[in-house]
Design a protein around this ligand. Sequence first.
Ligand code: PLP
Length: 454
Amino acid sequence: MELRPNVKEIPGPKAKKVIEEHHKYMATTTNDPNEYFLVIEKAEGVYWIDVDGNVILDFSSGIGVMNVGLRNPKVIEAIKKQLDLVLHAAGTDYYNPYQVELAKKLVEIAPGDVERKVFLSNSGTEADEAALKIAKWSTNRKMFIAFIGAFHGRTHGTMSLTASKPVQRSRMFPTMPGVEHVPYPNPYRNPWHIDGYEHPDELVNRVIEYIEDYLFEHYVPAEEVAGIFFEPIQGEGGYVVPPKNFFKELKKLADKHGILLIDDEVQMGMGRTGKMWAIEHFDVVPDIVTVAKALGGGIPIGATIFRKDLDFGVSGVHSNTFGGNAVAAAAALAVIEELQNGLIENAQKLEPLFRERLEEMKEKYEIIGDVRGLGLAWGVEFVKDRKTKEYATKERNEIVVEALKRGLALLGCGKSAIRLIPPLIISEEEAKIGLDIFEEAIKVVSEKHGYKIH
Ligand code: PLP
């Protein structure tokens, strides 16, 4: 049966009950019952079906996880096969072939022609924690640089790198000492009010200068910095694409001071941007790459892929119980194969459709301040006023709700942006349906609040 968005009542009666009980029994995390009332019972292709039978087209990929589709048959087949062999085999103490096969594959596809090794874990934050430890261990340095707007996780170490929303660190201080944050080269919003689309080099130079002339000259001894953590495109921070030249300049600076470049591909990796790794758009080879989310196709797994010479080399410095679990490793191998068998090309193929449609919407709707993206990773930022760029957060939230009521699942990011990140299996026709619903939601909210429509 071919599915199409179809909503009768959302949240329907069954959904309301689950939401009520969720908030009664489960810890408060990120979901807000007024904004997100999608209660998922099953999935097929690029559609969620909720507990009341509403059919919702997915433009969120389970927060960047379901790149190969919401129930990829090849991944399911690989998992089923693995279930008949072994579920878990304590790969950090004994040995198991599935982990090794996955590590070999990850080394093979990792950016650059570099000898690498892999540490397997269960999530993005764990992949980044491992990167922190590998960087500290191998350099014997203790400090890190990260970017304002970054998201690297919520455990204590990675939370120290995260600088996306104050609430993520609220009441948690002191965080891990030695982390300094610097501005990200956001072409649309940056402390210098540079139009980074018109003047990308100026923006890049300012950020590099800031690190060299402010941090390193005044309060951060460069020779004590172990690594610079970055997202090649900031995800939770708003799907912000930096100028093309930025990472090359950052690498020059890092090399000058013996600092490692740590590329967090947890949200932008695994084909999302039309290349296996987002950093490949910027022609730079990082020292350490972290990945999770989409790697397991829905099964938890994380990986830290690092230059071979950075390895701990001593047993016991770092380890875990579940990392590279046999079922997760089998799923990940199938995910990589699926990405290499046409899904990355599909993200490339659909990029112009998204670019053109979203640029058209920006021309038409005054509430849109900025459109940015690559492949199937798009961010649209909403503002109250195009000159002042005042955040239209409430309106953004309303657009998410209006879209959901019409059968499209979206997620916000940053202070007033929405990310459009459909599974990479999406067809052109389905993408157009989703973009139409997105536009309808923008129109309704624009009319409600009196924003100009050209
Ligand atoms: N790094 C990035 C770039 C992320 O987007 C996220 C999650 O959104 C993480 C790390 C943390 O991943 P996890 O939620 O699996 O711990």
